[in-house]
Design a protein around this ligand. Structure first.
Ligand code: HEM
Length: 411
């Protein structure tokens, strides 16, 4: 193992290259995460082991050696200081997760499908009505960034006039290129917005997840604190938005640049779900997720010892292209790939709660778009611009020309 410390690039101009460099340093390696040293894990087998190890915790408050200092200075402090299921351990985690779990059962998710479909149709109608034929449309701005926010805000009951502000504030959380001061200012605005929102729902409850959470907080004997309530809302809105934008954008880009793979779907050899899974594997929307902590010293098979209190950084995008797991063609986008499982939604107790919803949103968004615009192609003016983040793994824009159907062609 290379014992030097590899500094993650906060602008993340080359996700694939950085991930390759991390894998080449071994299954686990030292990295600098905006000034905090951590163990980066890129091997899917090692990640699965660590995720089910009870000695690995997401609670920085309980298990990070340097918690106070990190909260006071680290630009990514919010990722480890929020008080919700994301940063909770053991029974606390189970209690906080249970509060929203029932909103995401298979039955509840199936009931959401007509709503997602109608949002996708409306957005595509909007594109139809506003774009100039032959002129490029930015698919990220017009579609990928709109569908998930419209849906999650409807689920949570957040008024439509706040969507743009929430989208911007969520972007800041996922970006790794802001200073601690900039992050602080943005978070103060987000918390003010969330606390007004809770007050609104307390006054005028509706048929939404926020009202259900407020009722749970007010009915309970104080086990759900006001801070946990607000931080759960923050988690649901941000986790349900940024990640799904990444999935739709990455999968759209992959299909536009691999027409033969889109051909497999059109010919019925592959499904939209195959596209979603292969995109999640190859281009995990969350590249690296801060942070986990060792509760006691952990001995690894190669002799490495993770010391109690050390931070651990799971590297999902590097794991998705691991050759030991996916073979020599791990970098390629192949919708007929046999090995489909991946870690893009995590694994174990903290497995993404919204995975069924995200999968449905991805499949609906892609099928609706490519059915309406079967001749869509990347614009000549398109240039690849990754978002400046080693957490988010996606593009800032996707310029697409929506070629009209040739005369007499019905598909
Ligand atoms: C493609 C889209 C998505 C991706 C790639 C994704 C990925 C992830 C990942 C990697 C985790 C962390 C697992 C860990 O700690 O290792 C996570 C957790 C979580 N996600 Fe997602 N997510 C997506 C969409 C969503 C949606 C749509 C929602 C809900 C509306 C959601 C809600 C959550 C929640 C609540 C957690 C915390 C679970 C826990 O700590 O117990 N996610 N997600």
């Amino acid at each position: 193992m290379d014992s030097s410390v590899y500094a993650l690039n906060p602008q993340a101009p080359d996700r694939t290259g950085e991930d390759r460099a991390l894998r080449e340093r071994g299954p686990i390696t030292r990295v600098d995460v905006l000034g905090v040293e951590a163990w980066a894990v890129t091997d899917p087998k090692w990640l699965r082991e660590l995720f089910k190890d009870p000695l690995v915790s997401k609670s920085a408050r309980e298990h990070c050696r340097d918690f106070e200092n990190i909260v006071a200075t680290w630009p990514l402090a919010l990722w480890v200081s929020v008080e919700n299921m994301f940063t909770a351990y053991g029974t606390d985690h189970r209690r906080l997760r249970k509060l929203v779990q029932k909103a995401f059962t298979a039955r509840r998710t199936a009931a959401m499908i007509p709503v997602i479909e109608s949002i996708a149709d409306e957005l595509l109608d909007d594109i139809d009505a506003t774009h100039t034929p032959g002129e490029p449309v930015d698919l990220v701005a017009a579609y990928a960034r709109r569908l998930p926010i419209l849906f999650i805000c409807r689920l949570m009951g957040l008024p439509e006039e706040e969507h743009d502000r929430v989208r911007h504030l969520a972007d800041v959380i996922f970006s790794t290129s802001y200073s601690w001061e900039e992050q602080k200012a943005s978070q103060a605005e987000l918390y003010a917005l969330l606390s007004d929102f809770v007050a609104l729902k307390r006054e005028n409850p509706g048929d939404d997840l926020t009202s259900a959470l407020v009722a749970a907080r007010d009915d309970e004997d104080g086990t759900l604190s006001e801070k946990q309530l607000t931080d759960t809302l923050l988690l649901m809105i941000t986790a349900g938005f940024e990640t799904t934008v990444g999935l739709i954008t990455n999968a759209g880009f992959n299909l536009l640049t691999h027409p033969e793979e889109l051909g497999h779907v059109r010919a019925g050899r592959a499904t939209w779900s195959d596209v979603v899974e292969e995109s999640l594997r190859r281009d995990a929307p969350i590249a690296n997720l801060p942070m986990r902590y060792a509760i006691e010293d952990i001995d690894l098979p190669d002799g490495t010892v993770i010391r109690a209190g050390d931070p651990i950084l799971p590297c999902y995008s590097a794991a998705g292209r691991h050759r030991g797991e996916y073979g020599a063609d791990a970098d390629q986008f192949l919708v007929l790939r046999v090995k489909k499982d991946h870690l893009a939604f995590g694994h174990g107790a903290h497995l993404c709660l919204g995975a069924p919803l995200a999968r449905a949103e991805g499949a609906i968004a892609l099928s609706k778009f490519f059915e309406r615009y079967p001749h869509a192609r990347l614009a000549d003016s398109h240039t690849r611009t990754p978002v400046p983040s080693f957490i988010s793994n996606t593009l800032t824009r996707l310029d697409v020309v929506l070629e009209p159907l040739p005369e007499g062609d019905t598909q």
